[in-house]
Design a protein around this ligand. Structure first.
Ligand SMILES: Nc1nc2c(ncn2[C@@H]2O[C@H](COP(=O)(O)OP(=O)(O)OP(=O)(O)O)[C@@H](O)[C@H]2O)c(=O)[nH]1
Length: 296
C-alpha cells in the first residue's frame, strides 16, 4: 500500500528536512559535552516510534479522509519530537521563538487530528463489521477464510452450527446452495471466469441475506447458509429469493459474453441434530429436489 501514499511520505520527509535546515540556518551545533544523551534517546525514540506508526498506518490503509487525519496527526507528533531532538544538538539564539511554536504547537494539533482520525476510523470499522457479519457472524478467525470468495469454510460452518444448535428453544435452518452443472460451466467458461463467477455469486448471495445469516463456502461450487431463528416456511421464502436473484444475474465473461446460471437449494431445519447430521440432511434435501422435475 505504501506506493499509494508516496506524496504523503515525500511531504513528511520534506517537512522534517525543512525543520532541520531552519535549525541549522538559525543556530549552531552544540559541543559533545553539552549534549544530554538521555534526552536524545527519549525524544529521538519517541520521534522514531511516531514515524514507525506513520509507516504502519500508510502500509495498511487506502487513501481517504480517515487516513489523512491519522497521517496529519502523527506527522504533527513526529515533527514536535523531531524539533525536541534538534533542540538537544543545535543551540538557537534567545531571539528565536519559532522552535517553541514547532514544539508546542505541532504536538497538541497532532493529538487533536489523531483523535479525529481514530474517531472516524472507529466509525469506519463499525460499518465494515456490519458488512462482515454475514461472513463471520460471531467470531473472527482469519485462518478459516477461503481465499477465492473470502467466505469462511466448512470447519467454521460446523463450529457456528454447534453454537447455534446449543441454544435451546431457537429454530435454526441450514440452507445448501449449489450451482447447477458447475462442472459444465467451468469447462465452458474456463477456470479463471469460473473462479470469478464463484466470487461474484458469493457477493450476490451476501447482498440478498439478512444481517444475522451466515454464508460459508462449503466446498467447490456449494455454499451453506446458517439461518438463525428461522423455521422451514421462512427459509423456503428466502431460498426462493436467492434462486430468483441468481436466475437474474447476468454474469459477464472476460470476452463480454453473458452467462446465466441456476442455483439448486436444499433445506434442513434443526430437530435436535448434531452439526454433521444437519449438514447431511440439507445435502440430501438438495439432491432430492434436483431429482424433481423443474416447474414449468
Ligand atoms: N474454477 C473453479 N472450479 C472449481 C472450484 N472448486 C470446484 N470447482 C469445479 O467445480 C466442479 C464441481 O463439479 P460437480 O461436483 O460435478 O458439480 P456440478 O457440475 O455442479 O454438478 P451438480 O452438482 O450435479 O449440478 C468441478 O469441475 C470442479 O473442478 C474453484 O474454486 N474454481
Amino acid at each position: 500500500m505504501l506506493h499509494l501514499h508516496r506524496w504523503k511520505i515525500l511531504a513528511v520527509a520534506t517537512l522534517a528536512n525543512l525543520v532541520l535546515l531552519a535549525n541549522l540556518a538559525a543556530g549552531d551545533p552544540k559541543g559533545l559535552e553539552e549534549i544530554a544523551w538521555l534526552d536524545i534517546a527519549g525524544e529521538g525514540g519517541a520521534a522514531l516510534l511516531a514515524f514507525l506508526w506513520l509507516g504502519l498506518i500508510l502500509n495498511s490503509r487506502p487513501s481517504g479522509r480517515v487516513t489523512n487525519y491519522l497521517v496529519a496527526g502523527l506527522t504533527g507528533i513526529f515533527i514536535a519530537y523531531w524539533q525536541d531532538v534538534l533542540d538537544e544538538v543545535i543551540r538557537l539564539p534567545e531571539a528565536v521563538v519559532w522552535d517553541h511554536w514547532v514544539e508546542s504547537g505541532a504536538m497538541p494539533l497532532g493529538m487533536v487530528l489523531l483523535t479525529l482520525g481514530i474517531y472516524h476510523w472507529q466509525r469506519e470499522q463499525l460499518a465494515i463489521n456490519e458488512q462482515l457479519r454475514r461472513r463471520e457472524r460471531i467470531f473472527r478467525e482469519h485462518r478459516s477464510f477461503d481465499r477465492l470468495t473470502n467466505l469462511t469454510s466448512a470447519p467454521y460452518l460446523r463450529r457456528q452450527l454447534a453454537m447455534e444448535l446449543g441454544e435451546a428453544g431457537r429454530a435454526v435452518t441450514l440452507m445448501m446452495l449449489d450451482v447447477n452443472r458447475f462442472d459444465h460451466v467451468r469447462r465452458q467458461l474456463g477456470s479463471r471466469d469460473a473462479d470469478r463467477l464463484l466470487q461474484e455469486l458469493a457477493e450476490l448471495l451476501l447482498l440478498n441475506l439478512r444481517q444475522d445469516d451466515l454464508l460459508c463456502r462449503y466446498a467447490g461450487d456449494r455454499f451453506a447458509v446458517v439461518l438463525p431463528g428461522t423455521g422451514e416456511r421462512e427459509a423456503t421464502l428466502l431460498a426462493g429469493e436467492l434462486i430468483a436473484a441468481v436466475d437474474h444475474f447476468a454474469f459477464k465473461t472476460r470476452q463480454g459474453e453473458t452467462h446465466l446460471q441456476r442455483l439448486d437449494v436444499g433445506l434442513a431445519t434443526a430437530r435436535g441434530d448434531e452439526p454433521d447430521a444437519l449438514i447431511e440432511r440439507a445435502n440430501q434435501d438438495l439432491e432430492a429436489r434436483r431429482q424433481q422435475p423443474a416447474p414449468a
